[in-house]
Design a protein around this ligand. Sequence first.
Ligand code: CS2
Length: 492
Amino acid sequence: MASLPRLASLHQITEPVTRPAYNLAEHGVGIVHLGVGAFHRAHVADYCDQALAKSGGDWRIQGVSLRSTTVADQLNPQNGLYTLLVRDAAGLQGRVIGAIQSVLTAAREKADVLKAMTNPEIRIVTITVTEKAYGISRETGGVDMAHPAVIADLAAPEAPGGVLGLLTEALRQRRAAGTPPFTVLCCDNLPANGTLLRQGVTSFAGHVDPDLAAWIEGNVAFPCSMVDRITPASTETTLQDAARLTGCADHAAVETEPFSQWVIEDTFPQGRPALEEVGAELVGDVAPFEQMKLRMLNGSHSMMAYAGFLSGKTFIRDVMADEALQALVGQHMRAASKTLPPGLDTEAYASALMARFANPAIAHETYQIAMDGTQKLPQRLLAPAHETLRANADIGPFAFAVAAWMRYCLGRRDDGEAYPLRDPRESEIATIVSGKSTASDIADALHDLPGLFPAALTASPVWRDAVTTALARMLEEGMSAAISAQARASSG
Ligand code: CS2
């Protein structure tokens, strides 16, 4: 691969790989996207690329990375071009995506980022920065005053580097210049993500200028959206396959599954790309889709991540190849589906998910999904657990999944091998579990983590007992034995 020319222009591509079906230079930029990770490149950018080809418009994307400069350094020398690989048992397909114009980094080019966000041509700001980056307190919906980006941006609101600070300052400048506000489209796996972000931004703005906060509240659209495409982190194999398909060295290639879904609340006062022409679902209310996805897909993903990682399964496909674990996945989805609003075909959704998880060509690491548990548990496991408890139904699957997370929080596998948790609350967790060895001490300590568990769960002896019993088995008999026992319980 070292000898191949770097991908930088569509003319260089010698192999018969699919290229953008539009002339890149004819389309201006209309979207700023914060967080240009693998998921964005496999999802939002793919939809925009297809919409540009089908319906045109000035809807190319100005990417922005908040902290890391890696993606900018991968994509900019390639003029924003990269290969999207789609893998399944039937084979591998590649497309070169042209939707991203270039990538700025807030860490290196703060002023340029604000300049892009205040450009009147920009009508939408889309965001995939992961749950932890927002700096919104899930308890209050307001700003999390302990979040590093919030602290830094409240100290210097005119030179922000975090999500809330950038949105607020860009909106302030647009308002002052008489430029209509952009629409803010959150594409992270958070419940009612648009509503949550609206609260976060108005709360942040309230600390800077209450009048601005009221203007944002009354004038800026924050549609909710549900995003779905399983996208493992890129590896050397990804880059090698991209090079083979394009004949060029591509440092920014990503790989994903064939399935893709984007359900969007259709509130875009400044317009939007014709996403409905390329498979996105524009709806009035995203909530049922979002709950189904967060609880059935992401909830079972988290269970598989903790139970799988701790029983030696490197990838989700390995979890699915294990009979007992596969039974737990089915059990978890059934329990999650019972918490959803009526009218959804949860059985068809569950069987499609089983097939997606088992995709033998996708190497999705359990350890990747295990990351940031404190940010993921509330919407994936704790909210449905709480509702299940209230309905007097079987909380067993949720208690098992939460116990597996608690077991993971100890930072050591059954054979004693240590691993980093990779959670923003990692050191807090290490401190509170330190020196504790019994399941009840560990479960009590983690239930007391401020702001994580709903009070109704921590106050319920039924819930605490179910979690502690599951955790005790994991500690005493090992994760594999605990998985088998739980699988037996579900079939019995
Ligand atoms: C996963 C998600 O890493 C995780 O936590 O559960 O990234 C999941 O793969 C996507 O939401 C699928 O759309």
